[in-house]
Each structure stands twice: as structure tokens, then as C-alpha cells.
Write a protein that binds this ligand. Sequence first.
Ligand SMILES: [Zn+2]
Ligand SMILES: [Zn+2]
Length: 329
Amino acid sequence: MKKLATAIAMTAIAGTPTLAHDRPLGDGKISSSPRANYLMSCQQRFNANAPGAHRTGDWISGSTYDPAEKPTVDGSVSWPSRISVSLQGNQRVVSANNLPNHPTGNFPIARNDDAYSYDRNPNRIREQNIMLRLPADPQLAASPSCVPMGMIGFALSGVAIYNAVDAAGRDAPAHEIQDKCGGHPQQAGQYHYHDRSPCLADTRSGISGHSDLVGYALDGFGIYGLHGEGGKALTNADLDACHGHTHTVMWDGKAREIYHYHLTDQYPYTIGCYRGTPQRVAGQRMANAGERRGPPQAGERRGGREQFGDRPPRQTLFGLFRRPPQDRP
Ligand SMILES: [Zn+2]
Ligand SMILES: [Zn+2]
């Protein structure tokens, strides 16, 4: 469904700047050390032809893009979401099935969806067995560390949080097509966000207008919504290179001065690097089994294109289109 940029057009008529919905494009902003506005990525080499959107969106213009002009995947599918978070000794245990507590679009993306002309995501949403054992009282590590592909955090809406880039290392929210809640599945069916989901309620019941907790990073630190102290909508300039800062927030029901991350509407959107020590996740390797590491092999580019892009999907007796899962983050 195409969102109309009516508000922007009206603003333009009124003669005020039209940049409110323009976001800087994060393409190429991959770093091997902590750097503001960059993603400190564990994966440093990407295959430019990896699966993902197959066509550059017309909402991307030069070094910016306009999310309000981007199509979203149609549909409204409800799921039996399950998530529990409990403190067990010095651990915070997150148990979930990774199905969201909000509706999703129809995946695989249907051929008659306008999103299909940009992104033919053939993956379907599947339940995952999530069991995270995070430090209940996370500590800052001696130095920040890189964020991997795949899950880097978990949202209280029951959904995995991934980093800012797609399999080709580009700005994922700018290039890939998500549903109205900003999510989509990868090859193992894991539904995930790459940025601040509009379906993740940004409530502010805690300290002086500060957003409430919306999830946990895999190093155990909290992830909060867009607003900082005094209700200020945060930008990257308010945060460190890892996309966080330290001040008093509500933490396990008490006011406490502690490091935490924020979601913003600027790349890298979620976590730029880990300030704590990330926990290993069971199943993470499997979820990322299709990730390409290192330079493409002979024939890989052609193969990828033919397998996932231009070849018409097979048709079953019942007229259902089946496409092979796509190894995308
Ligand atoms: Zn804060
Ligand atoms: Zn993704």
C-alpha cells in the first residue's frame, strides 16, 4: 500500500522546508570501530548482489530517502504471540516464539502487491524458539564491540531486532520493503525489525517524558524508544557511537542510573555497537546459515539473480506460488 505524502506536499505549499521526512541514507556507513552515524559491523565484506530489494526505490534520492513515500507490504495477519521476561538469579530470561503481538503484512510478498515490484521477499513468517539468558545487571565492557548480522536484540512486542543493514550491506529500512509495522521475515522465517517500528508503542510513563523500555540488546542493556530526558525526540547527536547514553531511567521498576540504547529515526537506528558483552544465542548460527561471508564465489552473482530474481516461480496444482526461501537478514 502506497502512503501518500499529503502532509509533506501541504508543507511545501506553505513555503516551509520539505526536509522533515528526509532521512540520510546509511549506505556505505560500515565501520570497524565505534563511529557516530555508522554501524560497527562484525561483517565487513558484503556481496552487492545478495538477495534483498532488486530495484532501487524512487523514494531514495541521492543521499537521502523519504520513508513516507515507500510502499509497505499489504495485509493484516494476526499471530499467537508469546513472550515472557523473568529474572532468575543474575540472569534475565527472555522466552518467546518470535511471533509479534501486532498484525503483519502478507509474506511471501504477493505478486499483486505494489511492494513486489521492488522486493520479492519469498520468505514466510515462522515461529522461532527464543530463549535468551541475558545479564540482569549488565556492565560496560572494556571497549565497544561489533554487532553481527541476525538478531542483536529483542523487542517486547515479541520480535527480533536486527542491525541497520541488509545482506548487501545497505541501509535496510531504506531499501528493503517491510510491512506497516516495519517488519519482515528472513530465510528461516524470523520476523524482525531493522529500525523503530511504528507498532512498538512509544509510551512515556517513566522519568520526565523519557520513553519506556521497548526491548533488550543481547548484551543485556535496555533499549528505549525515541524520547530522552524531558521528552526530547533524540537524534544520533544526543547519543554515543553505540547509540546509547547513561542517565537515570526506570529499570526493573526502579529509577536507576544505567547505560541504555535508544531507537532513533537516523541510521543506524537501533544499536551502532555493543557497550556491554553480547551473549551467544542458540540458533543464531542457523538463522544466519545463508549469510554470505567473504567475496562472492564464481557464479554466485548469476546464480543468485537467476534463483531468486528473474525466474518465474513454480506453480502448484492449487495455483499457490512457491518460491525458495531467501537468505537475507
Ligand atoms: Zn535515555
Ligand atoms: Zn531484514
